[in-house]
Ligand binder design. Structure first.
Ligand SMILES: [Fe+2]
Length: 286
């Protein structure tokens, strides 16, 4: 059976791709951010996941405002980007696991999440940057299932809906018959606003509250409406919906193994976390 080894949360700011391309890892501006991935690399080497389910939001590369699904699941054996932003080289293709994708899609629809199924799907920096940060080597040693959540065009799904969506995927992963080790990834955030009167807005206090609550008490965050969330985190801080889905997919006992919170990366509060997912073992009567 598949095992969900844990979750990783990562910011996906496009400027990170430029910093990687220009090898600025030890630049004083970037070093505190990139150092946050040392533990991620150690943990991935130890847990050796085979597949990553990546919750992310598309920024107009595959979906645009004319057609924007609330939830979409990739069902391809390869995913390509066409534009990373900043004029940097396009990322190499990432292998997919279409068989697992269809298992998740079947389970989601049976669970009343009527997802868009994508047998062709471009992925953008919201997938490629976290991948490049987590696996900086010359090949991707992992397959992915990309799962898009609309954080762009209102109405957006609620935090509660995304938590439940993630839980549905977690249950589906646990029922998958192949012996795969799975990591779930939530990308984006944390607080940031890119335009309008509050451009540059960051809310450290609220970000830290979210990072505390999401580990053991994610339900506490579901009392915030999307409009509350925009007020507290900025108009693009709603990318935290991807983190809620990632947390929902962790079905066992969850603990935070590592956290790096750094302000700012570009106009964003950058957060990198690793969550362990320990399977709950039913106690047998003595
Ligand atoms: Fe984004």
């Amino acid at each position: 059976m598949a095992t969900i080894v844990g979750g990783v949360g990562s910011t996906h700011v496009p400027a990170i791709g430029k910093a990687i391309a220009e090898k600025k890892h030890n630049d004083p501006y970037w070093k505190p951010f990139f150092k946050g991935f040392d533990y991620v690399h150690y943990w991935l080497a130890r847990t050796r996941p085979d597949v990553a389910v990546v919750f992310y939001n598309d920024h107009g590369l595959n979906f645009f405002l004319d057609k924007l699904p609330t939830f979409a699941v990739g069902a391809a054996n390869e995913y390509r980007s066409e534009d990373e932003g900043w004029g940097i080289p396009v990322s190499r293709p990432i292998p997919g696991d279409a068989t697992l994708s269809w298992h998740l899609i079947n389970a989601l629809v049976a669970d009343e999440f009527d997802v868009t199924m994508c047998q062709e799907m471009l992925i953008d920096h919201a997938v490629t940057i976290p991948m490049a940060l987590m696996w900086p080597g010359p090949v991707w040693p992992i397959k992915i299932v990309p799962v898009e959540i609309n954080t762009v065009q209102h109405p957006l799904p609620s935090l509660e809906r995304c938590l439940k969506f993630g839980r549905s995927i977690g249950r589906a992963l646990e029922s998958y018959e192949q012996d795969l080790r799975v990591v779930v990834i939530g990308t984006g955030g944390l607080s940031h606003q890119l335009d309008g009167a509050r451009a540059g807005f960051i809310n450290k206090e609220f970000d830290l509250l979210c990072l505390d609550k999401i580990v053991a008490e994610p339900e506490a965050l579901t009392r915030y409406s999307i409009h509350d969330w925009v007020k507290e985190t900025g108009s693009q801080g709603v990318e935290f919906l991807n983190w809620m889905a990632m947390r929902g997919a962790l079905t066992g006992r969850v603990s935070e193994l590592n956290r790096n919170y750094h302000i700012p990366i570009s106009n964003t509060a950058a957060a990198t976390v690793v969550y362990e997912n320990q399977k709950e073992v039913a106690r047998k009567a003595a």
